[in-house]
Design a protein around this ligand. Structure first.
Ligand code: ZN
Length: 71
């Protein structure tokens, strides 16, 4: 299991934690092919939720869990 953090600095300034298998995450590729990091960026993969959480907090953004894959 891998976890990724998506930092969104456009819409809501959040760091959202996803599982790699989440369809929104797609192992850090997201749902769109994004040519730039205009809206945000994916982190590197993390081995555990704890590590992902630590990274998300370190960004200084509001941390949230994806309500699609983190139920
Ligand atoms: Zn997700």
């Amino acid at each position: 299991m891998s976890y990724f953090v998506y930092e969104n600095w456009r819409a809501d300034n959040k760091a959202k934690i996803h599982k790699g298998s989440c369809s929104f995450c797609n192992y850090g590729k997201g749902i769109h092919v994004q040519p730039s990091s205009t809206n945000g960026k994916w982190s590197k993969p993390f081995a555990s939720l704890e590590e992902a959480m630590k990274y998300a907090k370190s960004t200084g953004r509001k941390v949230s869990l994806c309500n699609f894959c983190q139920k």
